[in-house]
Design a protein around this ligand. Structure first.
Ligand SMILES: Nc1ncnc2c1ncn2[C@@H]1O[C@H](COP(=O)(O)OP(=O)(O)O)[C@@H](O)[C@H]1O
Ligand SMILES: [Mg+2]
Length: 220
């Protein structure tokens, strides 16, 4: 069983009379243990794809399954429960609540997924080199710190599937290397990652690279 299956996804956005087809029949699978990079020009549909895979957006056609269970076209409550249980989602921005500290953001995410695991919280702060920034608000963080804090939040429930939308887009080269090493180190037979990226360094380390253009697969 693939960890994630997307079948013939379509997504349209409407703005007045104009229609944008962000996804046009895109299918993919993410197998256990796989690290897949998704590349494509700006506007090709990467963020829309990840949002549909995470059940944050509903595809207008096709379906998504995570760990063998349908997540698309389910009531929001069911989607949220599946997401909390199986998926870590690192969005392009706005991964942290501004009124909460780094630690508070981690605690909230853990509470949503079931329970606050203080041991894991400490471990994540250490792995992301954020111990000294635990009481800082998101606006007080550097770009690299904010990226690492967002990643810590996405990983707080130790999800089987990590979806990350350009996790290194707004960080310096050193932070990019740190994040990349952490993601690689986290690989394992019971984990899978799908990462949208423009980073050649990141794509070079993936098992497989999926290229998309105009909401369709270019290869593979
Ligand atoms: N909320 C939205 N409303 C209208 N159009 C959108 C919206 N989100 C994305 N789009 C359009 O859908 C297409 C795909 O966007 P996106 O998924 O963000 O691509 P990428 O992440 O590859 O840059 C683009 O043409 C974009 O302008
Ligand atoms: Mg995007």
């Amino acid at each position: 069983m693939p960890f994630l299956t997307a079948s013939e996804l379509y997504r349209f956005y409407h703005n007045g009379d104009s229609e944008t087809a962000a996804l046009r029949g895109l299918s993919l699978t993410l197998a256990a243990g796989e690290f897949v990079a998704v590349t494509g020009p700006s506007g090709s549909g990467k963020s829309t794809l990840l949002a549909c895979l995470a059940g944050l957006e509903e595809p207008d056609g096709g379906y998504v399954e995570v760990m063998g269970q349908r997540i698309s076209r389910r009531p929001e409550k069911q989607r949220a429960a599946l997401r909390a249980r199986h998926i870590g989602m690192l969005m392009q921005s706005a991964n942290l609540f501004e009124h909460l500290s780094v630690e508070g953001n981690l605690q909230l995410q853990m509470r949503l997924a079931g329970r606050v695991d203080t041991g894991r919280l400490e471990q994540l702060l250490e792995q992301m080199a954020l111990q000294s920034r635990r009481y800082a608000r998101p606006s007080q963080l550097s770009g690299g710190e904010a990226a690492r804090a967002g990643l810590a939040v996405a990983l707080s429930a130790n999800p089987a599937v990590l979806l990350a939308d350009e996790p290194t887009a707004e960080v310096d080269a050193e932070s990019e290397a740190d994040i990349l090493e952490y993601l690689i180190a986290r690989r394992g037979p019971d984990r899978a990652m799908l990462i949208a990226t423009h980073s050649a360094a990141l794509a070079a380390r993936a098992d497989r690279v999926i290229q998309i253009q105009d909401g369709r697969l270019l290869h593979g």
